[in-house]
Design a protein around this ligand. Structure first.
Ligand code: OAD
Length: 252
């Protein structure tokens, strides 16, 4: 569907500045050149998540896991925010009502585009935390050495991302669930909606009465449950929706 023919209810929600929550996934960074996880070119097609993105993997082979995340940081640093990131940052600044960005992405591109209040459900590549006491260490930008550095307690530091089998940060998921329950409009962009609890958020929102729009070039596990599936790239569609909300970001 072209956004020129958006349903009247969606247009009314956008134009009135109704409480908005936006959930993003790896597809939002695809146009910045970062690989998604699933699908034919997805990272988990050629790489085994169990040996790269689990606490057991880090315990058994910290060097391989460390190298994987060093590679991910290099990829993320080489990428630039795209019009979807830029439009969401502008939307946050311009919003008069509630605006809550919730991301599963760890690449930092939302923040680099200017988003300030994003809830990071899966952590970030740009912080480290102690593998024993979970204490977080400062943001950093520069490339780290070939081995995980040590915490002051002596344990190896690990990326401050959520690995398979680990719980999400409690404050993050609780705030995200609250935003989902309180939103009148939810945009779900660039996620396959297969990883929980993030994938439950649009369902929570819809059960609480929100109008849920999915932005994705493909059908997903969520598509049959949304009010509207806008089939296409986030880099085009997110700025278009933002414009309907009166937000211009200079991103299109
Ligand atoms: P996936 O790789 O599962 O899904 C990416 C989605 O983005 C797919 O549905 C694509 O169709 C869609 N997509 C691709 N290009 C797009 C574009 N230009 N615009 C909009 N959509 C596009 O990524 P996630 O759903 O984010 O978790 O994955 C969820 C979690 O699984 C990740 O956070 C990560 C991963 O394993 C952890 O590492 C804990």
């Amino acid at each position: 569907m072209e956004t020129a023919t958006l349903p009247p209810r969606l247009l009314a929600l956008l134009e009135s500045g109704a409480p908005l929550a936006v959930l993003t996934g790896a597809g939002v960074s695809a146009e910045s050149g970062l690989a998604t996880f699933r699908g034919p070119q997805g990272m988990w097609e050629g790489l085994d998540p169990a040996s790269l993105a689990t606490p057991q993997a880090f315990q058994n082979d910290p060097l391989t896991v460390w190298r994987f995340y060093a590679w991910r940081r290099r990829q993320a640093l080489a990428a630039e925010p795209n019009p979807a990131h830029v439009a969401l940052a502008a939307w946050e600044s311009a919003a008069t009502g509630r605006f809550q960005l919730v991301t599963q992405n760890v690449d930092g591109l939302h923040e680099r585009a200017g988003s300030r209040g994003a809830i990071r459900l899966h952590g970030t590549l740009w912080r480290l935390r102690c593998s024993v006491d979970a204490h977080e260490h400062d943001d950093f930008r520069e490339e780290l050495g070939p081995l995980p550095p040590r915490c002051t307690c002596g344990a190896p530091l690990r990326p401050a991302v959520v690995w398979f089998g680990e719980p999400l940060p409690t404050a993050a998921i609780e705030s995200a669930e609250r935003a989902a329950r309180e939103a009148a409009l939810v945009l779900v962009a660039g996620t396959s909606s297969t990883v929980y609890p993030a994938a439950a958020l649009p369902r929570i929102a819809r059960a609480a009465g929100a109008y849920v729009v999915e932005i994705n070039p493909e059908a997903t596990a969520l598509t049959s449950e949304v009010d509207l599936h806008l089939r296409g790239a986030a880099g085009r569609l997110v700025p278009e929706l933002a414009r309907h909300a009166g937000v211009t970001s200079g991103s299109a």
